[in-house]
Design a protein around this ligand. Structure first.
Ligand SMILES: [Zn+2]
Length: 63
């Protein structure tokens, strides 16, 4: 059985896929990160740790 991944919408195979309804571990981790982000986010309270953990990286298509 194949279904669109709940995250990236690519075809995800259900059989033997412990990350179902996501297609892969990658999407599973992204999904998990989104959930954790919701958990730890405190509205109205800036998080300096979060800012420090996100160094300015540019990955534009300039190559
Ligand atoms: Zn996916």
């Amino acid at each position: 059985m194949t279904r669109a991944c709940a995250l990236c919408k690519k075809p995800a195979i259900k059989e033997g896929n412990k990350f179902w309804p996501l297609c892969s571990e990658r999407c599973h981790l992204v999904d998990l990160g989104m959930w954790l982000g919701e958990e730890y986010r405190v509205p109205g309270e800036p998080d300096p740790n979060l800012a420090a953990a996100s160094p300015p990286t540019r990955e534009d298509d300039e190559t």
